[in-house]
Ligand binder design. Structure first.
Ligand code: NAD
Length: 295
């Protein structure tokens, strides 16, 4: 069984990004710059954004973190985005999700200029992805492709089953795995909360991507021996014995599933780290596509 260690794969990507940034700076140009907006004080969101900012530093990128209070209005948030859109010094913009209930996420996502949409959530980015045009690939599916590439796991002709159809993970993952691209060319089944006989479908998967947000949902009885299992789930489960009072659980019952697999991602330490690598690669791409910054 190969452990798809996100620390190893993301480190290799970040080393290349750092080398690219150093070259940019050596030529007298400014480094790629990511702006992140964090609304409110959600613990998980705080952790994710802090990690994104830290990873920017590690790769020599500039980063700006804009914190807005939970009660911020939609129009105030839109105003911030417009300013970042117009700022030529900012290459990529991300708004950490989820947003408070009084803000329409779709309106916010659509306000980000597509050229700076490094999360790849804008409908223009999503449309280009469907048509196989160059675009920003949403960071988590992108990170999964980078993981498959790093460990040289072939996907061509395989049956991939994706559980979850969200716009940010499951649906773009299913499109990418079915596309005629390196680490694509699978036959894909996309499952969701209305899929009957889910366990039987999972058992047919050569590649199983679990992205539903239900801790340890995928059991050994649902996994075909020799499958590649990608666990996207991140859920905080209360545990009084843990330092923070919770533990992070994936969507796969790792201990019982791992012995069956050709390869499996751990949680934590798997897809989450690759998501950040995908985001950083998108930020460099945004920088390189800028007409005044490109070579
Ligand atoms: P979501 O809630 O938007 O979507 C969940 C999907 O799972 C839905 O499409 C739903 O139909 C499906 N689903 C729910 N219950 C199901 C069931 N019993 N059977 C089959 N399908 C079911 O979630 P999301 O934003 O796609 O995130 C999914 C998980 O991935 C969460 O745990 C989230 O925290 C995690 N996540 C991790 C990363 C990362 O970097 N590792 C990034 C994004 C999301």
């Amino acid at each position: 069984m190969i452990l798809l260690d996100g620390k190893i794969a993301s480190r290799a990507i970040k080393e290349k990004l750092l080398a690219a940034t150093e070259q940019i700076k050596a030529s007298g140009k400014t480094a790629p710059h990511l702006a992140a907006i964090l609304v409110g004080t959600n613990g998980a969101s705080e952790t994710y954004v802090a990690s994104k900012v830290k990873n920017c530093e590690e790769t020599g990128f500039e980063s700006t973190l804009i914190r807005l209070e939970e009660q911020v209005t939609e129009s105030e948030l839109l105003h911030q985005i417009v300013q970042l859109n117009q700022n030529p010094g900012i290459d990529g913009i991300l708004v950490q999700l989820p947003l408070p209930k009084h803000i329409n996420e779709s309106v916010i996502i659509q306000a980000i200029h597509p050229d700076k949409d490094v999360d790849g959530f804008h409908p223009i980015s999503a449309g280009k992805l469907v048509q196989g045009l160059p675009t920003f690939i949403p960071a988590t599916p992108y990170g999964i492709l980078l993981m498959l590439e790093h460990f040289q796991l072939s996907t061509k002709g395989k049956h991939a089953v994706v559980i979850g159809r969200s716009n940010i993970v499951g649906r773009p993952m299913s499109i990418l795995l079915s596309s005629n691209i390196p680490y694509g060319n699978c036959t894909v089944t996309l499952c969701h909360s209305h899929t009957p006989n889910l366990a039987d479908i999972c058992l047919q998967a050569d590649i199983l991507v679990a992205a539903l947000g239900k801790p340890e949902f995928v059991k050994a009885s649902m996994v075909k021996p020799g499958a590649i299992v990608i666990d996207v789930g991140i859920t905080r489960v209360t545990d009084a014995t843990a330092k923070n009072g919770f533990r992070i659980k994936g969507d796969v019952a790792f201990d019982e599933v791992a012995p069956l697999c050709e390869a499996i991602t751990p949680v934590p330490g798997g897809v989450g780290l690759m998501t950040i690598a995908g985001l950083l690669k998108n930020t460099l791409q945004a920088y390189q596509q800028h007409p005044l910054k490109a070579d």
